[in-house]
Write a protein that binds this ligand. Sequence first.
Ligand SMILES: [Zn+2]
Length: 131
Amino acid sequence: MTQLYPANIDLESDEINLEDVCASEWAAYKQALGTVIDLDPDRLSMGGAGHSVSLLEDAVVVLFCASWHAGVRAAQAASAGSGFAVPVTSCPGCYGHGRLWNGRSVRRPNADETTCPACCDHGAVGVAGIG
Ligand SMILES: [Zn+2]
């Protein structure tokens, strides 16, 4: 089913339904999440706020929305013939984990887990709002 948005729509407004804009990818995520929950439904079914799977779901939605808005800003900058700044970047030491395993960014069982010295457990470096 085709969804048409008017040319003058505010791309950062709530009028855009991101689940429709990226419907196939959203469906793939939801179905993959369901497959993971099915591994152990008693422990992994979403148990409300604070449950680890609910936190994962919330994080994915925030990532989804942030990605959209970053794309809108990048397109606006390109249209204006200017660049754009990214004041906070993923930590190059741990790639967002905030942790290292045997000094590396690949999580593995029984490895010596330490706080990433480059980002001090944040997973990102930089200062939001400065760019
Ligand atoms: Zn780091």
